[in-house]
Write a protein that binds this ligand. Structure first.
Ligand SMILES: Nc1ncnc2c1ncn2[C@@H]1O[C@H](COP(=O)(O)OP(=O)(O)OP(=O)(O)O)[C@@H](O)[C@H]1O
Ligand SMILES: [Mg+2]
Length: 272
């Protein structure tokens, strides 16, 4: 893959006074996000956590151009997000989005093919490199049904990164994986992020995952989401996702995030 250069760095993202209201089929309006402002540095890895339904996916959709804000502004690389898909963005969802009738390498190549960006040789070079990093060279001709869940997630990660996005949106991408499969894909992700340095907005409910990956963890309140905490994770990079959990910094950052979130749930917790 092309080595990272200053010009390849991810785009900065700016949200200013963002408000998003949905009108439901039942005729109610739901304020999903209320007056959220965030400045996200180019090439940083930012993780969003918060109670279910607080508006995290909505926020990603507003950055992607899939949802329109009702008030405030979202800019990516200084350009206002419109109702068209924001250029330079890849989006990795929780659900499996691979096409079952294409092989691994064809699934990864699809974005490049639709964009008509490059000749086959260059595109093959990118795909080879990605498959090598995520240890999937041996299954390039396999179909998704022949892979484990963790392998399919690695293919989906390659499909998102093959476009060399400037912004990578990830919405609970590893939530279905067991602890060890999750740790290994996190390590692959960090390696690829370090090569390309897209700006990452990553949503998770797993606080361990949040601290392991992030430069910054943003904790949202219940809906309508407002920012409760904004934590800078001081763990050095490159990170070893296995070793990092033994660090006292990890523990204190984890506890701070847990406490910020715990307050949101405490009133409803059953008593022991
Ligand atoms: N298209 C829609 N129409 C109506 N309401 C919506 C729509 N999309 C989201 N909402 C509502 O907006 C709120 C925020 O939803 P969102 O999916 O962003 O939450 P979330 O933080 O991603 O939750 P989870 O952690 O469960 O994925 C919820 O109350 C949801 O019901
Ligand atoms: Mg969501």
């Amino acid at each position: 893959m092309t080595p990272p250069t200053a010009t390849m760095l991810g785009f900065p993202i700016l949200l200013s006074g963002v408000r998003k209201i949905f009108n439901t089929h039942a005729g109610n309006s739901v304020v999903a996000i209320d007056d959220v402002s965030l400045e996200i540095e180019a090439g940083s890895f930012v993780v969003l956590v918060g109670p279910s339904g607080c508006g995290k996916s909505t926020l990603l959709n507003c950055v992607a151009g899939l949802d329109r804000v009702d008030a405030g502004r979202v800019t990516v690389n200084g350009q206002p997000v419109t109702d068209k898909v924001t250029p330079g963005i890849s989006y990795l969802f929780q659900q499996d989005t691979l096409f079952p009738w294409y092989t691994v390498e064809k699934n990864i190549a699809l974005g490049l093919r639709y964009a008509g960006l490059m000749d086959d040789a260059e595109s093959q070079k990118r795909i080879d490199h990605l498959l090598e990093v995520v240890d999937l060279k041996g299954v390039r001709k396999a179909y998704p049904s022949e892979l484990s869940g963790g392998m399919r997630r690695r293919v989906a990660l390659c499909a998102a990164l093959v476009m060399q996005p400037r912004v990578l949106l990830m919405d609970e991408p590893f939530s279905a994986l067991d602890t060890f499969t999750k740790a290994s894909i996190q390590q692959y992700l960090l390696k690829l992020w370090d090569e390309l340095r897209p700006t990452v907005l990553f949503v998770t409910h797993d606080l361990e995952e949040a601290v392991t990956l992030a430069d910054r963890v943003i904790v949202f309140s219940r809906r309508p989401a407002v920012i409760k905490d904004d934590l800078k994770v001081e763990l050095p990079r490159p990170r070893n996702v296995y070793a990092v959990k033994d660090s006292p910094v990890f523990l204190s950052d984890y506890q701070r995030t847990w406490r910020a979130l715990r307050d949101e749930f405490e009133s409803e917790m059953p008593r022991p």
